[in-house]
Design a protein around this ligand. Structure first.
Ligand code: FAD
Length: 422
């Protein structure tokens, strides 16, 4: 009998199974598909969050949780050779190849005089911008984040930065960007991260069964189409399917992402304004078939809602045109939707944190963000009274990357030609 059965091998199940197995427990990881990480984890944007996206919110909860996630990343994953993030005076990547890329993510906060911000919203928005600025500055001065306080810098819109951005063909009108803050967010190399976690899981003796569609999950037993399995504990991390398997109330949402090739820019930014639906972000990805842009916004639909995809795509292209002030007709653009599962709690409209729920039956583990998988795994171990092991096993080669689904943006960008954005 295994110590744990983990249902669902997206990033949540994979990270949880890996850390439990590395910490000396025996784990059976069951996945419905023939490859792991083929659902939400394949659809995400590749943005590794360090807290800056939530710095302007009235509550500092999400911001602090993402900073705590960095602590967990350093403490429990720092000995993986490909974990290339290093903290010193600032947070940097040690070399170019590894789990994270080294390109910074800039936050452009709309000026209160921007026409998007109505007169009555101006004081609110000024306050939010100041809050973001203050929180990011705390990182420089106060050690409330333990050893990681210098991780995010805040800079004014200086002539140097302006020159540096315009040299890179970034045409954002300085008149509409009130404040520019430089964060330590960056992009993931998801393939590399997931291959290392899977490699570690298997090297430590973990067992993975793919094509295992779990239909029942109790506190100590699980059934798929072939067998029934028993374990001391069951963890359900089946993403969109958590509600069906456990009765925990979830909402499943979808949000569009636009792949643009060739890339519009070679760096990352988030355009922040008072109406969250008007925010906009750009992640640059570079792959073996060239660079491409991955553009997102905070527009969410219910997963079952019928959406006019052509209209959504057109709106995103228009927005990109407005923000970049460039003609996209020389680019190809392809739209897809990413899926996100959230816990329904206390009437909060959205939540951006990880959840570990022990409702009497199987324990539910949802990451909220792929970025939070590190803290999720560490805290699942602690939930069961297990002290997670800090050292990674020595790993041979690249790991079983054929068992891992390619990201949706990689697959779509590989299939795209550079002809027309329409
Ligand atoms: C548009 C969009 C962009 C995003 N971008 C980012 C980003 O840039 N950075 C970031 O940090 N986060 C991002 N996220 C959030 C991130 O994608 C998710 O939080 C994360 O991938 C969820 O991982 P998961 O393991 O819970 O789910 P999943 O990856 O969906 O994994 C669940 C697994 O369970 C399996 N499963 C389901 N049912 C069963 C069953 N009955 N039996 C066995 N297995 C089963 C599935 O096949 C799947 O493999 C984004 C979300 C959206 C919507």
């Amino acid at each position: 009998m295994h110590d744990f059965i983990v249902v669902g091998a997206g990033i949540a199940g994979l990270a949880t199974a890996e850390l439990l197995q590395r910490s000396g427990r025996s784990v059976l990881l069951l996945e419905a598909e023939d490859k792991i990480c083929a659902h939400s984890t394949a659809q995400q944007q590749g943005w590794f969050h360090t807290g800056a996206l939530y710095a302007a919110l009235p509550s500092s909860r999400y911001f602090r949780q993402l900073v705590g996630n960095l602590d967990d990343l350093f403490n429990y994953y720092g000995s993986f050779p490909n974990m290339n993030l290093r903290s010193g005076r600032t947070l940097l990547t040690r070399n170019s190849a590894g789990w994270f890329k080294n390109s910074n993510n800039y936050y452009f906060y709309a000026s209160p005089s921007n026409p998007e911000i109505k007169r009555w919203q101006k004081p609110l928005w000024s306050l939010a911008t100041l809050r973001a600025q203050t929180r990011l500055s705390w990182f420089e001065t106060i050690d409330f984040t333990r050893e990681l306080s210098p991780q995010i810098k805040f800079v004014n819109f200086s002539p140097n930065l302006s020159r540096c951005l315009s040299n890179r063909n970034f045409n954002l009108n300085p008149g509409i960007a009130g404040k520019i803050m430089k964060s330590r967010d960056r992009t993931f190399d998801a393939d590399c991260l997931m291959a290392d976690l899977l490699n570690s899981f298997l090297t430590c003796g973990g067992e993975l069964k793919t094509n295992s569609v779990v239909s029942e999950a109790g506190r100590r037993s699980v059934s798929d189409q072939r067998s029934a399995y028993k374990a001391r504990h069951v963890i359900v991390s089946s993403g969109h399917n958590v509600g069906n398997l456990t009765g925990v109330r979830t909402k499943v949402l979808k949000s569009p992402l636009l792949v643009v090739k060739p890339a519009i820019l070679d760096f990352n930014f988030a355009w922040m304004t008072i109406d969250i639906k008007n925010t906009f972000n750009h992640m640059y990805h570079c792959s073996d078939h060239g660079g491409y842009s991955l553009i997102g916004n905070a527009v969410y639909f219910d997963v079952d809602e019928t959406v006019d995809e052509a209209a959504v795509k057109q709106r995103m292209i228009e927005k990109a045109r407005k923000i970049f002030d460039i003609d996209l007709s020389g680019h190809s653009a392809d739209l897809y939707f990413g899926i996100k599962t959230e816990i329904v709690n206390n009437g909060h409209l959205r939540n951006y944190q990880y959840h570990i729920i022990d409702g009497g039956e199987a324990v539910v583990a949802l990451p909220g963000k792929m970025s939070l998988a590190f803290s999720l795994a560490v805290n699942v171990c602690r939930h069961f009274g297990i002290d997670p092991v800090t050292d990674a096993p020595s790993l041979d080669g690249q790991g079983p990357s054929a068992a891992i689904a390619k990201t949706e943006h990689y697959r779509r960008s590989a299939a795209m030609s550079h002809t027309n954005a329409h």
